[in-house]
Structure formats: structure tokens, C-alpha cells
Ligand binder design. Structure first.
Ligand SMILES: *Cc1c(COP(=O)(O)O)cnc(C)c1O
Length: 428
């Protein structure tokens, strides 16, 4: 019998490319159709077929307090009743900016935008405007949204010119993006020296969260800071995932390394479309209408509904015990999963820091894109469906993180670990 989700998907495909407004939602990697969602409540998600799931996607990261948290809902309703948008400044924008600056060590000034993509694109433009240079260094397997400069893969060597990853990207843009392997500080050093005086920015996910979860090796972020200092390069941390998820001050506070610019998104918008980029006053003062007037604008930027939702979440994140609770839940999940693997005599890698984690279907240590490439994708896909059947909603791809929220409690952890054991057993 055809489900309502299947019917909705068929209909959507007639009108929306692939039936979705962001490709990962299509379940293409795991084969099969997506669940269409009716509503969410706390840690749980309900599809239009009436199925209930424990949600570990959490809108791909933003929902650190789960779905429809009463305080976020109230903040949005209150803002909404006073008008949805003005195209003129509102005090809540400064309130959120102040919160961000108080929480994130390397942010003195911040500009609000509407998506993580906008944040990274704007940060790179600013770095280019500030330095008067064109090239950037990025890392293989890191995702910075869909800006032209980021959809570039390196060839076999870090020094080959990039080739576009997608049709529609001019070769000229590709030529300015140099890609090196994650965690390979020597390759960054060589690339920076070979292109001395030409590199505007190094952009990195300080914990990579778009090839599963890949942690920075000890000293890696420090080396980036040092190379950037030596070569007068702007160091950009893309903390769109890690910001407020690995700790209140993001990865930069967790690892004690300060970038020049920081990109935020996801959690900062409280589940509404908001993101931000910020950093040292000296650099941020080049953004239009100030300084050298690096252009960047937005009709809905700093939208009062999105600001209210983001502010509500950041305020709650400032309350005592919240990060301890997220850490306890995440640790219990990771440790329980490791215990399940031992019981089944499996040796898969689990990477975790704070509230982001990934179980990789490989026995190799996962430290970069090449080691991620050793995963058994077919096995992951079977596991994904086995979990979904048991009511656990994971991201439909091995290259994504599991995102527990603060409202995932003992009951959810227990149910998840039981399903995890059963699902692994079923697929081996
Ligand atoms: C999600 C993400 C982005 C892009 O954010 P959007 O809001 O989807 O445009 C950029 N960087 C990282 C690290 C992300 O995870």
C-alpha cells in the first residue's frame, strides 16, 4: 500500500527538483523515499503517516532544545504578533549580537545573515577585501554551504588547481580555491608558502561535521593559526555546526584557538533562517557601510522572528547544567554504542565531541576524507533502514552527524541503544 509520505513525495517531485528543497532530504544516498513530517515535539518527530521517531537530525543541527520548545515558540509568537519584518533595525538584533559576542571568544562584532552559506560567502569576501588577495585554502570533505568558491575539489595533489565540483561554477572561481586534506598541517604550510602573498583566507570546520564527525588532530588548529599569522592570512572557523554544540564558546573555546573570523548558523537561528559572521573589530569594520565597504546586504537579514528564536536558544544555553546534560546524554549514547559494538564483536569507529558524533562503518581510524572513504556504505544503508523501522530517525547518509539535543533524555537514550543493538545485529 502506498503511504502518505510516498504520495506526497510523488506530488512534490512534479514541482520541486527531486521533490525537496535541499538535496540531502531526498534520501538519495540510502535509496528510498523521505518521510514527510507532520510535526515535532521535544526529541520526537511525527510523519504524516502517523509514525513516531526519536530524532537525531534535529533539522541538521539547529534544534539543540528539540522541536517546538515552549520558550522558542513563545518568543517567535510574541515577535510575530508585532510584525514579521521591517527592513529597519530592531533592538533584538543587538541583543543577539551581544549574546554571541559574550559567548564566542573571537567575536567582537557580528553581522546577521540568513543562512550558513551566506555567512561563509560573506566571510570569504570580507577576507579578500581586507587582504586584497584572491585565493583561499579549504579542506577536502569540509562543507561551507553552496557558494561557488566552496564547491571545489582538489586533484590528487594539494597543489593542482581545483576543478569545479558542480556545473555552473566558472573555472576562474575554481582556480582561486586550493583544497588540502583535513588534519594535514604540512600540506597547508606548503600550500601557503608556495602561494605566499596570494592567500586571503584559510577556511575550516574546526571539527568537521559534513563527512561524519572528524575531530582535529592535536596541534592541527594551532598550526593553522600559526601559518595564518606567518602569512597574514585571515583564519576563518566555520562554526555553523560546532558553534554552541561542542560547548558554549564553540570549537574555538573548546580547543583554545581563536580564529580571525567565525561563521555561525544552525543553532544561532533557533530553527529559523538566521546565521551570522563575526570576528575582530579591525576586520569587521571593513563591512559596508563602514571602512573599505565590502558589500553585503539582505532584505530579511536580522529578521526579528529569527533573532527572537536564536536569542531564546542562546539564553537557555547560558543556564547552569545545560551543557553538562548535553554532554552526559551524548557520552551515554557514544559509550552505549561502543558497548553494543563490543557485544557484537564489531570494531567500527565512533567519533564524538560534545553534542556531535558519528559511527563509521569502518575499522580504520577516521581522520580525513580518505579514511571516511573506507566506510561500507551498503552496510550503513541497511543499518539506516533498520534503525528507521525501529523508530530512530538518523540522517540518511553515512557522511552526516548524529545530533542529540538537550531534551533527549534517559528514555530516548535507552530506546536508541536497544534499537542500535538490534539493528546492527540484523544487518550483520
Ligand atoms: C550547514 C552548514 C553550512 C551551510 O549552512 P546553510 O544554512 O545550509 O546555508 C555551512 N557550513 C557548515 C559547517 C554547515 O554545516
Amino acid at each position: 500500500m502506498e503511504t502518505s509520505s510516498a504520495a506526497a513525495f510523488a506530488q512534490a517531485q512534479q514541482l520541486i527538483p527531486g521533490g525537496v528543497n535541499s538535496p540531502a532530504r531526498a534520501f538519495g544516498a540510502v535509496g528510498g523515499g523521505p518521510r514527510f513530517i507532520d510535526r515535532g515535539a521535544g526529541a520526537r518527530l511525527y510523519d504524516i503517516d502517523g509514525e513516531e521517531y526519536i530524532d537525531y537530525v534535529c533539522s541538521w543541527g539547529p534544534l539543540i532544545f528539540g522541536h517546538a520548545h515552549p520558550r522558542v515558540v513563545a518568543a517567535v509568537q510574541d515577535a510575530c504578533a508585532r510584525g514579521t519584518s521591517f527592513g529597519a533595525p530592531t533592538p533584538v538584533e543587538t541583543d543577539l549580537a551581544a549574546r554571541i559576542a559574550a559567548m564566542v571568544p573571537a567575536v567582537e562584532m557580528v553581522r546577521m545573515v540568513n543562512s550558513g552559506t551566506e555567512a561563509t560567502m560573506s566571510a570569504v569576501r570580507l577576507a579578500r577585501g581586507h587582504t586584497g588577495r584572491d585565493k583561499i585554502i579549504k579542506f577536502e570533505g569540509c562543507w561551507h554551504g553552496h557558494g561557488d568558491s566552496f564547491l571545489i575539489k582538489a586533484g590528487s595533489s594539494a597543489l593542482t588547481l581545483g576543478a569545479p565540483d558542480s556545473p555552473g561554477i566558472p573555472q576562474g572561481v575554481a582556480d582561486s580555491t586550493l583544497t588540502v586534506a583535513y588534519n594535514d598541517a604540512d600540506a597547508v604550510r606548503t600550500t601557503a608558502r608556495d602561494n605566499s602573498g596570494q592567500i586571503a583566507a584559510i577556511i575550516v570546520e574546526p571539527v568537521a561535521g559534513n563527512m561524519g564527525t572528524v575531530l582535529p588532530r592535536a596541534g592541527f588548529l594551532q598550526a593553522l593559526r600559526q601559518i595564518a599569522d606567518e602569512e597574514d592570512i585571515v583564519l576563518i572557523f566555520d562554526e555553523v555546526i560546532t558553534g554552541f554544540r561542542v560547548g558554549p564558546g564553540g570549537a574555538q573555546a573548546h580547543y583554545g584557538i581563536e580564529p580571525d573570523l567565525t561563521c555561525l548558523g544552525k543553532i544561532v537561528g533557533g530553527g529559523l533562517p538566521a546565521a551570522a559572521y563575526g570576528g575582530k573589530r579591525e576586520i569587521m569594520q571593513n563591512v559596508s557601510p563602514l571602512g573599505v565597504k565590502v558589500s553585503q546586504a539582505g532584505t530579511l537579514s536580522g529578521n526579528p522572528l529569527a533573532m527572537a528564536a536564536g536569542l531564546a536558544q542562546l539564553e537557555m544555553l547560558g543556564e547552569p547544567g545545560v551543557y553538562e546534560s548535553l554532554e552526559a546524554t551524548s557520552a551515554a549514547l557514544a559509550e552505549g554504542m561502543a558497548e553494543n559494538l563490543r557485544r557484537l564483536d564489531l570494531k567500527y569507529a565512533i567519533n564524538r565531541v560534545g553534542g556531535m558524533m558519528c559511527m563509521f562503518f569502518t575499522e580504520r581510524e577516521v581522520v580525513d576524507f580518505a579514511s571516511v572513504g573506507t566506510v561500507d556504505l551498503e552496510r550503513f544503508n541497511c543499518y539506516f533502514w533498520a534503525m528507521l523501522e525501529r523508530g530512530i530517525y538518523l540522517a540518511p547518509s553515512q557522511y552526516e552527524c548524529m545530533f542529540p539535543s538537550v531534551v533527549h533524555g534517559d528514555a530516548e537514550v535507552e530506546e536508541t541503544l536497544r534499537s542500535h543493538y538490534e539493528a546492527l545485529k540484523a544487518v550483520h
